[in-house]
Design a protein around this ligand. Structure first.
Ligand SMILES: Cc1cc2nc3c(=O)[nH]c(=O)nc-3n(C[C@H](O)[C@H](O)[C@H](O)COP(=O)(O)O)c2cc1C
Length: 168
């Protein structure tokens, strides 16, 4: 079965996870910025990776624009976020970004990401600073300003197991 891993990223953590998955599965790795035409049309399994930013799964508009084609594929979607995977805000972001119909045919995974305050663009630094000011949870506030790094290769294991089950 042919597969493809497609990612959207701003600071690289989603690409890192996508690259590991592509390596393990032997699938090509592509960015949403590339022209995917034939390579996407010919794939049976499509794995999509996206950061969550400001409460939204950022790849959602890209998916919606291609839904007529994507709905014919076996779809695996993973999000990458500062919030830990079991945090309710992650679930909310999925619900806010994709309709129930779309979520019903995707297998969704959530992975923890990386935030390095000093590497953010000035606009993102401002947004993060403003967000931290209104954040009630001190631990989350600290992570927003001092940074976090929860990216780990072993966390892709459940995704790999699911992809193997699709190939079986
Ligand atoms: C401006 C901005 C907004 C963000 N908004 C959220 C958010 O709403 N929820 C969350 O859990 N993480 C949020 N994050 C953290 C990112 O999801 C996290 O840093 C992720 O690893 C980034 O992925 P990337 O490295 O592929 O760009 C935000 C980060 C930035 C810079």
């Amino acid at each position: 079965m042919k597969g493809i891993v497609i990612y959207k990223t701003k600071y690289g953590s989603t690409r890192e996870y996508a690259q590991w998955i592509a390596q393990e599965c032997g699938f090509p790795l592509c960015s949403v910025r590339q022209r995917l035409g034939r390579i996407l049309a010919d794939s049976d399994i499509v794995i999509l990776g996206s950061p969550i930013r400001i409460g939204r799964v950022k790849i959602a508009p890209w998916m919606k624009r291609r839904w007529q084609m994507l709905r014919q594929k076996k779809l695996v979607v993973f999000s990458v976020s500062a919030a830990l995977p079991d945090d309710p805000s992650v679930h909310d972001a999925w619900r806010q970004s994709l309709t129930e119909d779309i979520r019903a045919v995707c297998t969704c995974f959530s992975l923890p990401g990386r935030l390095v305050f000093d590497k953010l663009t000035p606009v993102d630094r401002f947004l993060m600073h403003r967000g931290a000011m209104i954040e009630g949870d001190e631990g989350v506030q600290e992570g927003m300003l001092e940074g976090i790094d929860n990216v780990e290769r072993t966390l892709i294991e459940p995704i790999l197991a699911h992809i193997r089950s699709l190939q079986a």
